[in-house]
Write a protein that binds this ligand. Structure first.
Ligand code: SAH
Ligand code: AVI
Length: 322
């Protein structure tokens, strides 16, 4: 690991510690979902995308093969893709393979070792492309330094319905901050899931092989390994709740007994049945999403809809500088 990466890891570790203490001290215990993604968490997420029940990745990838054919016509000067939350960049490969003029790719992710291993592989597979990996928390984009001299014709690519992991207010702020990545004449290609079918959603977030449960519980494994908490893994259970009024799936870790967890001098008491709220996945109807995006300065250029039985959409938007 380079000195730069070591410094990033230590900053992230301090932030993780502070979030665990703050989140477990609340009456309604919570932990931010960005901490799912250490190297193991990133691999677990990739495994989720291959489960029978998690339809989102399959649907969006199929749609992207069509969108990728249209992009060079819609954005003829496009030469740079910036991707916050790039993960394994598998969907990005669909765009990289279809758009000959691309010269720069800036993947941004909090999972630093995973990010660098993916960047190395892309470097080999796409020689004309310059890859500029950036380890960062994309919710603090204004403090991120982009590589110098990036061309102006940029597309911010935000697939996966990752925007759904933010409440409407936080999503609007995040979309606003994407202008920093896109530049004044920039574009945004974003994946949104509007599916509202309860059993389809519950299954997608609680697959029968238990990989999503492992992904959720990995948060406690990570806290034990990196911070020295003493979570008993057998005393917590993955739980999923669909909240139709707020259009969101919630993931929780449910305490199966009365117990106390320690971290240094801190003691966190759990009653049997109490949960740690670990993730929201908002399923935005397109009209609700479009008004959020519009308030954040993004205007719709073109929308593509899943032709199968989900409500997944890909929206191409442009910065509205007026
Ligand atoms: N874009 C990929 C991966 C989505 S998974 C796809 O659509 O398949 C979400 C990704 O965002 C993970 O790689 C995770 O590490 C990253 N991530 C989540 N929260 C983040 C944050 N606050 N800052 C930076 N990266 C984050
Ligand atoms: C990354 N994000 C969009 C995923 C989702 O569907 O909300 C994370 C995930 N959580 C459980 N399964 C997948």
């Amino acid at each position: 690991m380079t000195t730069f990466q070591a410094a990033i890891s230590s900053t992230l570790n301090t932030a993780f510690y502070e979030d665990v203490v703050a989140g477990l001290s609340q009456t309604r215990k919570t932990l931010p979902c960005k901490w799912f993604y250490d190297e193991k968490g990133s691999h677990l997420f990739e495994a989720i995308t291959k489960t029978d029940e998690y339809y989102l990745t399959r649907v969006e990838s199929l749609m992207l093969t069509e969108v990728a054919k249209e992009l060079p016509v819609l954005l003829p000067a496009l030469n740079t893709i910036v991707e916050p939350g790039s993960g394994a960049s598998i969907k990005t490969r669909i765009l990289l393979s279809a758009i000959d003029l691309l010269r720069h790719y800036v993947p941004i992710d909090i999972s630093d070792k995973f990010l660098y291993s993916i960047a190395l592989a892309l470097n080999k597979d796409y020689p004309p492309l310059q890859i500029h990996p950036v380890t960062a928390d994309f919710t603090a984009l204004n403090s991120i330094k982009l590589p110098a001299d990036l061309p102006a014709d940029r597309l911010v690519f935000f697939p996966g319905s990752t925007i759904g992991n933010f409440s409407p207010g936080a999503a609007q702020r995040l979309l606003q901050s994407f202008h920093h990545l896109a530049g004044e004449q920039g574009h945004l290609l974003i994946g949104i899931d509007g599916t509202q079918v309860s059993n389809k959603l519950i299954n997608a977030y609680d697959d029968h092989t238990g990989i999503t449960a492992q992904f959720n519980l990995n948060l406690l494994v990570r806290a034990n390994n990196e911070l020295g908490t003493d979570f008993e893994l057998g005393h917590f259970k993955h739980e999923v709740r669909w909240q139709p009024e707020s259009h969101r799936i919630e993931m929780h870790l449910l305490s199966t007994c009365d117990q106390t967890v320690s971290l240094d001098q801190h003691r966190f008491h759990f009653r049997a049945g109490e949960t740690i709220f670990t993730e929201s996945c908002y399923k935005y109807p397109q009209s609700l999403f479009e008004s959020l995006a519009s308030a954040a300065g993004w205007q719709l250029t073109k929308a593509w809809h899943d032709k199968g039985n989900s409500d997944f959409q890909l929206l191409l938007m442009q910065a509205n500088t007026a």
